[in-house]
Ligand binder design. Structure first.
Ligand SMILES: [Zn+2]
Ligand SMILES: [Zn+2]
Length: 355
């Protein structure tokens, strides 16, 4: 690894001030301190949330404890490049994916297995701290390291975020999805595409997928959906009830979260079912909650991201070659272009920045 940049500077796509576009700049290659590890980035997946970070008002950044400047990118795969003093159990050159969330491992939420709800996760790699859209990134401990064997580290990033959140959703409802049960996935984009695969891998349920885009429904079929339905049809809820012989769906995973998808998702929920809202469209439920759910003994859950264990499970499935992960690759020098195309909805699958 005789990279001339190594002891000098590197490229980093960063926010340098509040409410301004990110820029590709040259900064010194970071040195790992005691307990830290430097990763040579193979690929960093782009996320919709990256688009919102430049819009944050400074007050919000202060509340979250974010400090300018910082490098974007929270979906990292790469190779261990240098171990800080006192770090053992890992080798330089080892291929790894990094857990994208940041957690302490000892608070009530972490102890309960919900480290995605840890207070420490208000600020992390790529959101308030230096992230992976760069040649190198330094991590503060070995806690996020997931060794990978067969998976190309360049492609691992999306599994640590989109692939993790959707894994968490399916895992939370998997106990409802035995043989003869039905799962409904609303929204077959990046997260939904992974969820379709997890429902098929982890459960024996039949799977219905709803989306408004024809190409996404075709992809959903290819990924294993048993039935696909156009989300624009007026009789959507009635059609789902017909398909389930009037029982409804035992688990609904809503990756859109709009007024319409929430209303439909709750309406078609079966007795004892669970409706999970994951999509961030901030829809509202315009019906009496007790009336909609009480007679069904149904429940509603919501969450942001997945846990450390979910990431390890998702990366493991990827490492075994069991996941389809559609990506488009961009050179690090083209990060501004990739960012622009993401904002215009012009990237099919997940965009990955490759240094
Ligand atoms: Zn993300
Ligand atoms: Zn914690």
């Amino acid at each position: 690894m005789s990279d001339p940049r190594r002891s000098e500077t590197m490229r980093a796509f960063r926010l340098t001030e509040w409410q301004a576009s990110p820029a590709l700049v040259e900064i010194p290659v970071p040195e790992p301190g005691p307990g830290e590890v430097r990763i040579k980035v193979a690929g960093n997946g782009l996320c919709q949330s990256d688009l919102h970070m430049p819009e944050l008002p400074p007050q919000m950044g202060e509340i979250l404890g974010w400090q300018m400047p910082f490098t974007l990118g929270h979906e990292v795969g790469g190779w261990i490049d240098r171990l800080g003093a006192g770090v053992s159990g890992y080798e330089e050159g080892q291929a790894v994916a990094l857990v994208s969330t940041r957690s302490c491992g000892s608070c009530h939420e972490c102890d309960s297995g919900f480290d995605n709800a840890c207070d420490m996760n208000q600020r992390g790699r790529g959101y308030g701290m230096n992230g992976g859209i760069a040649d190198y990134v330094v991590i503060e401990s070995t806690r996020p390291l997931i060794p990978i064997e067969k998976l190309d580290p360049k492609l691992a990033g999306p599994l640590t975020d989109a692939g993790t959140t959707s894994y968490h959703g399916v895992r939370r409802v998997a106990d409802k999805l035995g043989p003869g049960r039905t799962a409904l996935v609303i929204g077959a984009g990046g997260l939904g595409g992974f969820a379709i695969q997890y429902v098929k891998i982890l459960t024996e349920a039949r799977l219905i997928v709803v989306d408004v885009a024809k190409d996404k429904l075709e992809r959903a079929k290819a990924l294993g959906a048993d039935e696909v339905l156009d989300g624009k049809r007026e009789d959507l809820a009635a059609e789902i009830m017909t398909l389930t012989e009037g029982r409804g769906c035992d688990a609904v995973l809503d990756f859109v979260g709009s007024d319409a998808t929430i209303a439909n998702g709750i309406t078609v929920l079966a007795k004892l079912g669970t409706y999970a809202v994951i999509g961030a469209e901030q829809g509202k439920l315009d019906m009496p909650l007790m009336g909609a759910l009480g007679g069904k003994n149904a429940s509603i859950i919501s969450f942001v991201g997945g846990t450390d264990a979910d990431t390890r499970a998702a990366v493991s499935l990827g490492d075994q070659g069991l996941l389809r992960n559609d990506v488009e690759l961009f050179d690090l020098d083209d990060a501004p272009t990739a960012f622009d195309r993401l904002s215009k909805g012009q990237i099919a699958g997940r965009g990955i920045i490759v240094p």
